[in-house]
Design a protein around this ligand. Sequence first.
Ligand code: FMN
Length: 182
Amino acid sequence: MMTTLERADAFCSRFGLTMPILQASMAGACPPGLAAAVANAGGMGGMGALLTPPAGIAEWATEFRAQSNGAFQVNLWIPDPAPVRDPALEARQRTFLETWGPTVPAVAGDATPPDFTAQCPALLEVWPRVVSSIMGLYPPAFVASLKDRGIAWFSCGTTLSEALAAEAAGADAVVAQGAEAG
Ligand SMILES: Cc1cc2nc3c(=O)[nH]c(=O)nc-3n(C[C@H](O)[C@H](O)[C@H](O)COP(=O)(O)O)c2cc1C
C-alpha cells in the first residue's frame, strides 16, 4: 500500500505539480492572476466557470497562459432542471426580502446562468489539464470527449453516494468535501 507521501508524489507527477495543492474553484472570484500565482508556486490554479459564457472562458485561459505555464482546472456546476415558477410564491418572497433591503424587481427571478451545453465545448477548446464538476455528473458523451483529449475529470462529492456515482461514471478523482461547501 502507498504511503500518504507516495500518493501525494504520484498525484503531483501525474498533474505536473510540485505541491499537492489545488486552488478551490470560486465562480465570480477567480481572476487569472490568482490562479497563475497558485500554479507558479507549484499547485494547480482553478477557474469557476459557472457564470462565464464560452468567450469569457477562452479569454480567462489566454490570460492565465500569459502568466503561467503551470496546470489549471476549470469547474462547472451541473445544471438542475429548469425551475417550476410560482408567481404568487415569488411575490411573497419579494415582499419578505424587501423587509431586509431595497425593492426586488419581479424580473429578478428571470436570471439564468450561461448555457451549460455551450460551456462544455468551450472547456474542450481551452483544453485544461483538469475539468471538474459540482452538484452532479457530466453527461457520458462529454466525459468521453474529455478522456479522448486526456483531460482528467475531478468530481466533487459531498456524500458517499455521490462519490460512488462519480467513480462509476469514470471520474479520475473525487474531491471529497462536506455538504456545507460549494
Ligand atoms: C466565493 C466562492 C465561490 C465558490 N464557487 C464555487 C464554484 O463555482 N464551484 C465549486 O465547485 N465550488 C465553489 N466554491 C466552493 C469552494 O470551491 C470550496 O469547496 C469551499 O470554499 C470549501 O473549501 P474551503 O474549506 O477550503 O474554503 C466557492 C466558494 C466560494 C467562497
